[in-house]
Design a protein around this ligand. Structure first.
Ligand code: GDR
Length: 329
């Protein structure tokens, strides 16, 4: 039986990954931060097979302890401050958690490997935000990184320090450059879920409009459930490496609105959407489109859920959540 330790286990990707690893017979440990964390309580109810360890990416001693207790074959570092817009207002905290946190985890593993007769495989959740001011289209593993937000800069540090530990210490450390990936579990601060939730509420007569920022940004959106499989596949390779994970198809926020509103039978969304200048970011990443041909070739990975299926799935899930909540009253 293999053992995995996941940081960020209460997030969207942590939940999908823990289910995926559990279905493959893994023993799963999850690092959870903070006292009386309500997400940890929910995790204990919905994913009882996960052993919760308390720790914090900023506190290396807690990471050393977590690695010693779990004695993992694989560590997936998904923990981060992950909301790009928030990172301008919290740049130092973001660089600590999202950037230096990666180094803390790598150090904890390195210390463990010095004393244990075991090698640990490490996955770093890198991000397409690192491409920022994109230098070529589509973006692949060799595209120049030009991050445009404190979050992107912190992720770039995490990416390069992962590569550096692989090259310096021969660690089996891989970096997955994941493009946007969504699901019904996506946090409501991210644009897909913000839209699908609002659309469900508009359909049920609970609200009349939605405020958004830049409608012209283009993203390569895939399904998170597909993307966690790619993380696992990276750690099953003999040699650690870096991989872009993406669908290869890009859509604007306007396309997102088209699909989401169509799902509730509204063809023209304009009367329901207004732009709020406060939601425009100080620097934007205009167009992301990933070239995942290396992952397809070397990992045999490819996405299964299309953009349209994904957005429709999210709208339906948000509608169902309201209906079940009303039935429960
Ligand atoms: P992103 O995701 O920044 O790409 O990072 P997000 O969904 O927040 O933004 C996508 C694009 O939508 C535009 N946008 C809005 N975004 C939000 N959140 N709210 C709005 O009201 C709104 N209006 C327009 C944004 O300007 C942007 O262009 C996500 C995160 O999950 C990161 O952690 C991850 O690393 C990357 O994806 C890959």
């Amino acid at each position: 039986m293999k053992t995995a330790l996941i940081t960020g286990i209460t997030g969207q990707d942590g939940l999908y990954l823990s289910e995926f690893l559990h279905s493959r017979g893994y023993r799963v440990f999850g690092l959870v931060r903070g006292q009386n964390n309500p997400k940890a309580e929910a995790l204990a109810r919905t994913h009882p097979y996960v052993t919760v360890l308390h720790g914090n990416l900023l506190d290396i001693s807690s990471l050393v302890r977590a690695v010693a207790v779990a004695a993992p074959d694989e560590v997936y570092n998904l923990g981060a401050i992950s909301y790009v817009a928030y990172s301008w207002d919290n740049a130092l905290m973001t660089s600590d958690v999202t950037g230096r946190g990666v180094l803390n985890m790598l150090e904890a593993i390195r210390l463990y490997e010095e004393h244990a007769e075991k090698r640990v495989r490490f996955y770093q959740a890198s991000s397409s935000e690192m491409f920022g001011k994109v230098q070529s289209v589509p973006q692949h593993e060799g595209t120049l990184l030009w991050p445009r937000s404190p979050y992107g800069v912190a992720k770039t540090f995490g990416h390069y320090i992962t590569i550096n530990y692989r090259e310096s210490y021969g660690m089996h450390a891989s970096s997955g450059i994941l493009f946007n990936h969504e699901s019904p579990r996506r946090g409501p601060e991210f644009v897909t879920r913000k839209v699908t939730r609002a659309v469900a509420e508009i359909s049920l007569g609970l609200r009349s409009s939605i405020a958004l920022g830049n409608l012209d940004a283009q993203r390569d959106w895939g399904f998170a459930g597909d993307y966690v499989e790619a993380m696992w596949l990276m750690l099953q390779q003999d040699v650690a490496d870096d991989y872009v994970i993406a669908t290869g198809v890009t859509h604007s926020i306007r396309d997102l609105l088209d699909v989401a509103f169509q799902e509730i039978g509204i063809a023209d969304w304009h009367p329901y959407v207004h732009q709020d200048p406060a939601l425009i970011r100080p620097a934007e990443v205009d167009q992301l489109i990933g070239d995942a041909s290396k992952a397809r070739r070397q990992l045999g990975w490819q996405p299964r859920v299309s953009f349209e299926e994904l957005i429709r799935m999210m709208v339906r899930s948000d509608l169902d959540a309201h209906v079940s909540a009303q039935e429960a009253v």
